[in-house]
Structures are given as structure tokens and as C-alpha cells.
Write a protein that binds this ligand. Structure first.
Ligand code: SF4
Length: 435
């Protein structure tokens, strides 16, 4: 009997079965359910409608609520969404609420989940956000679900899932200093297309993956949804365990597992990192791949460095290295994913200056920790594209209207490429800064 992949093993355990195979429909027990200000109110509405006005969530300790999307805005509807979350948290007595305006406020949910110790190997985490697959970086099964499913999970702690087949992506070699995880994942998405992994697990493997820190591994897993993937996953190693053990506040025990040596992968693609060049996704799709040297000189109006796939310390260290001592030629927006990252920008230094000072000296503007303009948001959102501008961004989607104006053009790239491009006002090969 063939072995199982990491994804299959986690699903089997949560279905209390010895084994599962791709295509098996199973009931699984959920370890963590996350929701935020955009989908939380809808989820709560489904929960109350289906389970009753006085119903209680299945396990208070397993529900995590993180307002992050439309936060720093005067928009009354957006503010009302956060009020709905507050009322629900009070009604249910939920301990894991990261409310805006308090010391607990965190920012972008996927990074907040990791930083606050809600991500653990071997677990099953669901969230009402398509980039919930981010948490697969910790060797767990994590995927996004809709409000209806989330309302059901809130009441029962269970969900009906189909076991996905697994695709494996192996990266050989070491990442050169001008490349980042964003280049790796944009390369994969460009190669297999936006529907190349529809309802499939994407497992990342190889020295090039295990050489990445946890923030970069999150960037890989976060964007599997841009290829239609059900989940992304990386087997836990010592790097994973060090991160998790330092943050696992609850002390909850977890199980480390990996794909069996004889597991069946439906597809395998091998990359040699020494052959990879910086990648850019052109408007209006994350799979519209080009190498940066094909686009050099393309005029820009704006640069944006933020989001769950481009607003972490690793991203800002990379951007600061390029921007240090220079001045940007286009409006450049910096948005830390979380408040922890925002604090670190003030304390971590480069050549005796804080990273925050490096960005301000370069002429960039720094916003508050949140999703900000990654999803457009209300008109007063920091960094939003309110006109038909051309922007290069470290975010993860570039569909028409995603960052605001429907006629804006968004190029997706690594923080190194975005920073280098900001300095020239046109798309620039970051390798110029690594002479
Ligand atoms: S930063 Fe962007 S991609 Fe990430 S959760 Fe927020 S809106 Fe979604």
C-alpha cells in the first residue's frame, strides 16, 4: 500500500481514519477557525440563523477573530463590521480577539495568527479568507472557506472536505541575494497558471525551501491560492519548531509529520534556483509572468510594499537594503503587516538608522499595520489607487480594481524589485543593486 502525503496524513488524522486518498470525502475536526472584519459579520449571521440566537460556538478557545481589512477609515459600514465582531466576542466570551484601538490589535490576520501562536504543525486551520493557506508553512493543513461553511464550523467544530491530490514543487540550490520567495512563487504560478492547481495541495520541498525563514515560507504557501490550490504545505523542520515553540503561548502539544517516502504525488516540478531570475506578474493576473529584464524601463506612478506576502520583516530588510541612502522617484507606500513588525521597524537598524528612518529618508510614506490598499478598500484607505495609476507592488493579486481604481495597472514583484523600481520610477532589475 503506497504511503501518504503530508496533506493526506493530516486530513486522515482529523477524520479519525488510518488513511485517506485523493477524492475521499471526509468529516474533519477543526483545530482553529479564524475570521476577520469583512467575513466575520456574515459568518456570525449564518451561525445565529442556523444554530439559534442563543447558540454558543463549539469551542471558545478555537475561534480567533482578527479585524484587519478595512480598519483605518471613516467609512461607516466598515466601522460597523468591527462593531459586529465586538458584540459577538462579548456575547460569546471569546478570548482570542485582536481588537483595533487596543494593545491587542495586530493587523493582517495570517501573519497575526503565526505571531500569536495559533499556527502549529499537524493541525487543521480554517479561515474566512482565501489566503488562509498561508499557515501551511507550519506543516499544517490550512485553507480558506466561505461564510456558510464557517458558520457551520462555528456551531459544530467540523467540516466536510474532499481530500486533494498533492503536487510537489522542489527547489534545488540556494536563493541568491537578489531573489526572494516572491520570485519563487510567481515563477510557479506563471508556469502552471491561475487554475494549474485547482483543488490540489501544493507541497514545497528541497534545499531552496528549507533554506528560507518562516516569513518567506509563509509567502510561498500564501500564494498557492493564486494557482487555485486548496492548500500549500511545507514539512516542519527545526526552523519551524523554533518559531512555533517561541510563540505557542497556549503550550498546546502538536504533532510533526511529513510525506511518506513512497507517497504518490500527482505532479512534480523541479526548479534550480541558480537559473531563476527576478519575476514580475504583469497586469491583470498573478500568472501573467515575465522576467524583470523583459520589463526594465516600464514607467511607474507608484510603489507599494506591504500585505501578508510583502509586509513582513524579511520584506522590509530587503527593501531597506536597496533604498538606504537613496531617494524614491515615485510615491512609495510602506505598510507593515502587523503591529509587531511596525515596532520592529523602529528598533531594527541598518547603518545606524532604524529601518523606519531609512524609509522616511528615502521619501517613502509609512502606514499603520493592516491590509491597507492590498484589497483597495474605502476611498480613504492608505495607499489606495484612486486613479488609473500604474503601480508595482509586493501584494499577491493584480486583478482589475484589486487595489482600487478599475483602470489601474498593478505589477506584482518582490520587495527587492519594488524598491529598486521605486528609486528609478520605472521597473528595475534589483540585481543592479548587488554589484
Ligand atoms: S494583506 Fe491583502 S491578501 Fe493579505 S489578508 Fe489582507 S487583503 Fe488579503
Amino acid at each position: 500500500m503506497a504511503g501518504m502525503t503530508l496533506t493526506e496524513k493530516i486530513l486522515a488524522k482529523h477524520a479519525q481514519r488510518a488513511r485517506v486518498a485523493p477524492g475521499d470525502n471526509i468529516w474533519v475536526d477543526i483545530d482553529v477557525l479564524m475570521t476577520h472584519d469583512v467575513c466575520g459579520p456574515g459568518t456570525i449571521g449564518v451561525f445565529h440563523k442556523q444554530f439559534g440566537k442563543n447558540a454558543k460556538v463549539w469551542d471558545r478557545d478555537k475561534v480567533v477573530i482578527i479585524p484587519d481589512h478595512y480598519i483605518f477609515t471613516a467609512d461607516a459600514m466598515a466601522n460597523r463590521n468591527v462593531d459586529v465582531l465586538r458584540a459577538f466576542v462579548k456575547e460569546q466570551g471569546l478570548p482570542h480577539f485582536y481588537d483595533v484601538g487596543t494593545d491587542r490589535y495586530k493587523g493582517v490576520c495570517h501573519i497575526a495568527l503565526a505571531e500569536e501562536g495559533h499556527t502549529r504543525p499537524g493541525e487543521l486551520l480554517l479561515g474566512t479568507d482565501s489566503h488562509t493557506c498561508n499557515a501551511g508553512a507550519f506543516g499544517e493543513f490550512a485553507t480558506g472557506i466561505g461564510n456558510t461553511d464557517a458558520g457551520f464550523v462555528m456551531g459544530t467544530g467540523k467540516l466536510w472536505l474532499k481530500t486533494p491530490p498533492t503536487m510537489r514543487f522542489v527547489f534545488h540550490g540556494e536563493l541568491p541575494p537578489w531573489l526572494m520567495a516572491k520570485d519563487m512563487i510567481l515563477s510557479v504560478i506563471g508556469d502552471i497558471g491561475c487554475d494549474g492547481a485547482t483543488y490540489k495541495a501544493m507541497e514545497f520541498d528541497g534545499q531552496g525551501v528549507f533554506g528560507l525563514n518562516m516569513e518567506e515560507r509563509m509567502t510561498l504557501c500564501n500564494m498557492v491560492i493564486e494557482a487555485g490550490g486548496k492548500n500549500g504545505v511545507i514539512a516542519p523542520d527545526q526552523v519551524t519548531l523554533d518559531y512555533v515553540n517561541a510563540r505557542n503561548k497556549s503550550g498546546k502539544k502538536y504533532e510533526v509529520t511529513q510525506s511518506d517516502g513512497d507517497a504518490t504525488f500527482e505532479f512534480e516540478k523541479v526548479y534550480d534556483l541558480s537559473q531563476l531570475k527576478p519575476v514580475v506578474a504583469k497586469p491583470h493576473s498573478p500568472d501573467n509572468k515575465a522576467f524583470v529584464d523583459e520589463l526594465v524601463g516600464t514607467r511607474l506612478d507608484r510603489a507599494y510594499i506591504g500585505s501578508c506576502t510583502g509586509g513582513k520583516m524579511t520584506d522590509f530588510r530587503a527593501a531597506a537594503r536597496v533604498l538606504n541612502g537613496h531617494t524614491v522617484k515615485v510615491d512609495t507606500f510602506i505598510v507593515p503587516a502587523t503591529t509587531e513588525i511596525a515596532k520592529n521597524l523602529k528598533t531594527e537598524t541598518l547603518d545606524g538608522k532604524s529601518l523606519e528612518q531609512v524609509f522616511l529618508n528615502a521619501g517613502a510614506k509609512i502606514g499603520e499595520a493592516s491590509c491597507a490598499a492590498c484589497l483597495g478598500g474605502p476611498g480613504d484607505t492608505f495607499g489606495r489607487l484612486n486613479a488609473a495609476l500604474r503601480c508595482i507592488s509586493t501584494t499577491n493579486r493584480n486583478f482589475p480594481g484589486r487595489m482600487g481604481h478599475k483602470e489601474a495597472e498593478v505589477f506584482l514583484a518582490s520587495p527587492l524589485t519594488v524598491a529598486a523600481s521605486a528609486l528609478n520610477g520605472s521597473i528595475t532589475d534589483p540585481r543592479e543593486y548587488f554589484a
